[in-house]
Design a binder for this molecule. Structure first.
Ligand code: NDP
Length: 454
């Protein structure tokens, strides 16, 4: 079987040469699956591996838009419809200058396994654009979103593909895209999730990814008879996931001490309390300011600007019990992982997608810390998106408490599946193997049930 995997990875690398993040994501999953294919030859016979790494469909399109001064611009739009075996394609849209085909393929691939773990019937997809909303006026963002949706609308639908938000796509962008879809189709359907409450959104959806990552950390700690109370926490980023990670950490008695953005990070030894978090939310969500302003408002906090010459991120070198990476892929390299472990951090719950490099993951696993990979730990976001779809179909809205309870139950179930599957395949406590194997088996069995259609 080892030969089969070596050969498989060689072919995958040769066919996807300019897509290192996709290869990284695929290699991690493939590494977990060796014992599964050994035990169940049916997956090899049905060529599930070869099929699961190929998107069912890739849509790429031109997005022209006009700035406030009358200048014309062109960005690229994408939607990767990766796998629809267990439900319609589901996954976010990312607007960031680093977006390219390989990045979105990695995200769509991860999404397939993540969505399978949620227990809800959702396939995997991802999309977005290399458009950068930062520094653009509301009117420019609106014109871009309208242009983007004027092509995307013909490929998606409430039973086909239901996008959501991701980096650079929050409530404002979802609103402009939903408005354009509604106008073009002349119908009011739950075509996007992360909608505003007045127009079909779900309570707790903005909170879901961050809350879920903290619930997952609590579940991991419970396996050692511990809780998050009085634990210090390093949190990166200051966007949607980071903000609600902090909020839930505070609810559970933990002490977040860092936040960041792409310009630098703040360290607040006294802890980021509710008042300070409210300041960050206003700064980031309304004023669209920089995290540096936190240290201007609270002078006891220390701001450190990004130093591109460093080969590590000093945020991860602070002493803490827990870490919640919530920015972007590969933000924790081997050096950072080693700093975390050496400084006593023994819980890492990934709010971001693939924030730890392959070498960093190995350091966490070798150290035997509680390490929750993104496709399990951050699945709360898409899970509540699934609950938003259910509420839209019912034309009914559940209360905040009801959705939060369902989210907590789903995170417990994801943790249980990962924990049990890791033990079943001989690697107890390895949540990477647990998540990859449990997600794979559900999708692979369904692909076999449905025949050779994709
Ligand atoms: P937001 O756009 O709300 O926030 C992104 C944050 O990350 C900002 O603070 C941003 O800083 C920082 N950031 C982004 N890219 C970089 C970079 N290249 N280097 C340093 N900092 C960066 O996004 P979200 O909070 O929604 O997403 C964060 C992560 O969580 C992503 O990996 C996303 O895929 C993942 N995720 C999100 C879900 C959701 O429901 N939103 C669901 C599951 C996963 P700056 O403003 O300076 O760019």
């Amino acid at each position: 079987m080892a030969d089969y995997f070596t050969d498989f990875m060689e072919k995958l690398k040769a066919r996807n040469q300019a897509q290192p993040k996709f290869i990284q994501a695929a290699e991690e999953v493939v590494g977990s699956l060796i014992p599964v294919l050994d035990k169940h030859p049916k997956y090899k016979k049905a060529a599930i591996m070869e099929r699961i790494v190929e998107p069912e469909r890739v849509i790429m399109f031109r997005v022209p838009w006009e700035d406030d001064k009358g200048g014309y611009h062109v960005n690229r739009g994408f939607r990767i419809e990766m796998n629809s075996a267990i439900g319609p394609y589901k996954g976010g849209l990312r607007f960031h200058p680093t977006v390219d085909l390989g990045t979105l393929k990695f995200l769509a691939f991860e999404q397939v396994f993540k969505n399978a773990l949620t227990t809800l019937p959702m396939g995997g997809g991802k999309g977005g654009s290399d458009f950068d909303p930062k520094g653009k006026s509301d009117a420019e963002v609106m014109r871009f979103c309208q242009s983007f949706m004027s092509e995307l609308f013909r490929h998606i639908g409430p039973n086909t593909d239901i996008p959501a938000g991701d980096i650079g796509v929050g409530g404002r962008e979802i609103g402009y895209m939903f408005g354009m879809y509604k106008k073009l189709r002349n119908e009011f359907t739950g075509i996007l999730t992360g909608k505003g409450l007045n127009w079909g959104g779900s309570l707790i959806r903005p909170e879901a990814t961050g809350y879920g990552a903290v619930y997952f950390a609590s579940e991991m700690l419970e396996t050692r008879g511990e809780t998050l109370k009085d634990k210090t926490a390093l949190v990166s980023a200051s966007g949607n996931v980071a903000q609600y990670t902090c909020e839930k950490l505070l609810d559970l008695g933990a002490k977040p001490v860092t936040l960041s953005d792409s310009s630098g990070y703040i360290y607040d030894e006294e802890g980021i309390d509710r008042e300070k978090l409210a300041f960050v939310m206003e700064l980031k969500n309304l004023k669209r300011g920089r995290i540096k302003e936190y240290a201007e408002k609270y002078p006891k906090a220390v701001y450190t600007a990004v130093d591109k010459k460093l080969d590590y991120n000093p945020l991860w070198a602070h002493k803490a019990d827990t870490a919640f990476p919530s920015a972007t892929e590969n933000e924790i390299n081997a050096k950072d992982a080693k700093s975390l472990v050496d400084n006593g951090c023994y819980v890492v719950s990934e709010g971001a997608n693939m924030p730890t490099t392959t070498e960093g993951v190995k350091i966490f696993l070798d150290a035997g810390i509680l390490y929750g990979p993104g496709k399990a730990a951050n699945a709360g976001g898409v899970a509540v998106s699934g609950l938003e779809m259910t509420q839209n179909s019912l034309r009914y809205g559940w209360s905040r408490e009801e959705v939060d309870r369902k989210l907590n139950d789903i995170m417990k179930s994801i943790h249980r599946q990962c924990h049990e599957t890791a033990a079943e395949y001989g690697t107890p406590g390895n949540y990477v193997n647990g998540a990859n194997i449990a997600g794979f088996i559900k999708v692979a069995d369904t692909m076999i049930d449905l025949g050779l259609v994709a």
